[in-house]
Design a protein around this ligand. Structure first.
Ligand code: BT5
Length: 320
């Protein structure tokens, strides 16, 4: 798209002005076309200054999660090589799944400003208020066995918790397996879905929902946003771009067979280890001390009997 080409040209010349003549020459279009596209960008929320004899300069960009902005200066080898961005969709996981079925490359991302049917695990809902959070899904094609897929959820949770700590002063923690918490409230949830055969994964979709500048009253009880806890708005573009960067880093470590390194860091970000927990899975309940996470991503519970139990899925409630 010409709008994107113009933006990328501006970005490469961010210090100075870019003349209409230069844009028309470099992009091979007429001056009138350049002017029309500058107007388009203004309508989309870009503030663009025009100075006689000097040309155009971008003063500010809109807070929108578009491919051009998210990819700008992003250092990642796999994640976000391609980004499909939507104003609204039912669920980014659904779109990513369809793309993956049709052969979409590993690393492609589907992101939306809002979702009308955002999903959590076990058919629960994920509230996705417009333009305040980030809701996205990443297509991955790891060469692992289906039973090893939980590791990908841990990779994603670690990437988000790490990003929150890098960008803010907030102490983000992970609650096994897929929640990221700040001050004991949920700021992010992860939904991992896969398409697999008995001994081979075709693809994995990791869906990440994160409340960034969302007001608490728009969220369910027990949830919060980065803004609410930090006391100030955060650039959604910076946050999502950093999650991509960390996801790329940890996914490569995982892919190289070093799940042990992922688990080690994951445990450093975990606040449930050493505490007494109840894990519920559908109608089943089990209680014990959370003592470890093993290399398959399973939670190890020390039961009152003194024996250890491995838990593969469920919801953790910390009891004390
Ligand atoms: C999750 O499920 O936490 C996974 C959420 C994944 C959402 C992303 S957004 C992009 C992609 N596209 C999708 O359709 N989904 C993914 P679970 O652990 O089952 O938690 C669901 C529960 O979290 C709900 O039952 C609510 O209690 C709570 N919840 C719902 N919306 C929330 C929000 N925005 N923030 C925090 N908690 C929320």
């Amino acid at each position: 798209m010409l709008d994107d080409k113009i933006l990328n040209y501006f970005k490469k010349h961010e210090e100075g002005y870019v003349s209409g003549e230069e844009l028309s020459r470099e992009l091979g279009v007429s001056r009138a076309a350049v002017w029309k596209h500058i107007e388009n960008l203004r309508e989309e929320g870009y503030s663009i200054e025009a100075f006689p004899h000097l040309g155009y300069r971008i003063l500010s960009i809109p807070d929108r999660l578009t491919e051009v902005e998210l990819k700008w200066k992003l250092k990642a080898d796999i994640v976000a090589k391609k980004i499909y961005s939507y104003k609204e969709t039912a669920s980014t996981n659904n779109i990513a799944y369809d793309l993956a079925i049709h052969g979409e490359k590993e690393g492609s991302v589907v992101i939306a400003e809002s979702q009308t049917a955002g999903r959590g695990r076990m058919d629960r809902k994920w509230l996705s208020p417009k333009s305040k959070g980030a809701y996205f899904s990443v297509i991955l094609r790891p060469d692992i066995l289906p039973k090893e897929v939980s590791g990908i959820t841990l990779v994603a949770a670690l990437s988000v918790a790490k990003t929150i700590r890098e960008i803010t002063d907030l102490a983000a923690f992970i609650k096994w397996p897929n929640d990221v918490l700040v001050n004991k409230q949920k700021v992010c949830g992860i939904l991992t879905e896969m398409n697999a055969e008995t001994d081979k994964i075709n693809f994995v979709i990791i869906g990440i929902g994160i409340n960034i500048n969302t007001k608490k009253e728009l969220l369910p009880k027990g949830a919060t946003s980065i803004m609410e806890e930090a006391g100030a708005e955060i650039s959604r573009i910076d946050m999502v771009r950093s999650i991509f960067k960390n996801l790329d880093k940890y996914y490569k470590i995982f892919n190289n067979g070093h799940i042990d390194k992922i688990i080690k860091e994951y445990k450093e970000f975990s606040n449930f280890l050493g505490t007494r927990v109840r894990v519920t899975y559908h109608d089943a309940k089990i209680e014990g001390y959370a003592v470890d996470v093993d290399n398959d991503g399973a939670l190890i519970l020390r039961m009152d009997s003194g024996l250890n139990e491995r838990v593969l899925a469920g919801d953790v409630t910390m009891l004390r």
